[in-house]
Write a protein that binds this ligand. Structure first.
Ligand code: SAH
Length: 351
């Protein structure tokens, strides 16, 4: 595979152009083009010989939109093809305040959570910072946006992969996507979700990137958590909470817990009460999600009524909590479902 031009910051492009004996404005030209989601071969004004040299070293289109599925509620599911033929997924959700894109940080995932489709084939490879960025640039352009007038206003790092298992590239991506002069999405509009890799959470607190740090908790007890999330054997909830507090100290940002309700595993009243004792008084928010059932897994979700009952216990206990509305379920909205269905013989996702 060739290199990815989107891996370079504006300063990196300036160096590249200087080394190639190109005038200064060439870097502006390239950067503007890339930020508009253009391929190298489409960026206007680049002289033929330099363009040809660039294309010898860099992928013309490192991330290509291969397929878009639109759900009844307007949610769009993207299938991206990378230069080496690997596939990752993305989702674009429309809300009153704007549009949120869900991006992937790895092809596959090695965390192997019991409910998640992304881990089905293990980790294939990390995405580079530019490959993560190119997903955003491609979708923003397709949705009619520019860097000046963005169509994608918010990001969640909740596609396939564990962002902190690809730490360096994820942090570099965050610097690129928030850079002034680029697509410049505010860190406050970005949520990074981790399964709780404590050492990387502590490192991240020192990076000075005040995104919304989100942790997949899914259980108030270490023992039960380890049944659905193997990573819980390595990192205890108490250590996760300490790392979250550190993040709050350093950034002033409250943190968020994801809690996917799974029948018979983590969704009883006792779990809700335990969650209240664990989190009461902390600067945090709990996002409840009804499990998106994955056909390769035997776990089941709870009814809407049960989910609201769980929410009620949290609220009564003084926690800030919401139940996420389910969107895009008819297009395989949950992590890794669409890719899994495409790898398994090109069948459309099941309704
Ligand atoms: N690796 C990161 C990002 C994963 S995806 C992490 O673990 O946080 C974002 C969220 O969706 C996580 O909270 C994940 O646990 C959850 N999730 C994955 N598959 C799901 C499913 N089938 N139903 C409901 N939530 C799911």
């Amino acid at each position: 595979m060739k290199r990815v031009l989107q891996d370079l910051s504006f300063e990196g492009l300036q160096e590249l152009c200087a080394e190639s004996g190109e005038p200064k404005f060439r870097a502006d030209q390239l950067y503007k083009g890339l930020m508009r989601g253009r391929r190298i071969s489409e960026i206007p004004g680049v002289p033929k010989p330099f363009r040809a040299r660039l294309l010898e070293t860099f992928e013309d289109e490192p991330v290509r939109i291969r397929e878009v599925l639109t759900a009844a509620d307007g949610t769009e599911k993207y299938l991206f093809e990378l230069a080496d033929g690997n596939i990752v997924e993305g989702v674009l959700m429309s809300y009153k305040y704007g549009r949120t894109q869900c991006v992937s940080t790895q092809v596959g995932c090695r965390m192997n959570c019991a409910f998640c489709a992304s881990g089905l084939g293990g980790l294939v490879r990390d995405l580079s910072a530019g490959e993560i960025l190119a997903q955003v640039l491609a979708v923003n352009a397709r949705a009619g946006g520019t860097p000046e007038k963005r169509a994608v206003t918010n990001l969640v790092l909740m596609g396939s992969g564990e962002p902190f298992d690809n730490y360096g590239n994820t942090v570099r991506f965050l610097r690129l996507v928030t850079a002034e002069g680029g697509i410049c999405i505010s860190p406050r509009n970005i949520s990074l979700s981790t399964c709780g890799l404590v050492p990387r959470m502590l490192d991240f607190a020192e990076e000075g990137i005040p995104v919304n740090l989100t942790v997949s908790l899914h259980s108030p007890s270490d023992e039960e958590r380890a049944r659905i999330m193997p990573v819980a054997r390595a990192y205890k909830i108490a250590d996760i909470l300490r790392a979250c507090d550190r993040y709050f100290e350093r950034t002033g940002r409250r943190y968020i817990f994801e809690y996917s309700l799974i029948a018979g595993e983590n969704a009883d009243r006792a779990h809700a009460e335990q969650l209240v004792s664990l989190l009461r008084g902390r600067p945090c928010h709990v996002n409840l999600i009804r499990l998106n059932e994955v056909k390769e897994k035997s776990l089941a979700g709870v009814s809407e009524k049960e989910a609201y009952r769980f929410l009620g216990v949290l609220e009564k206990g003084g926690l800030s909590a919401t139940l996420r509305r389910q969107i895009g379920a008819d297009i395989g909205g949950a992590c890794g479902q669409l890719r899994a269905s495409r790898l398994g013989g090109n069948q459309p996702p099941e309704e």
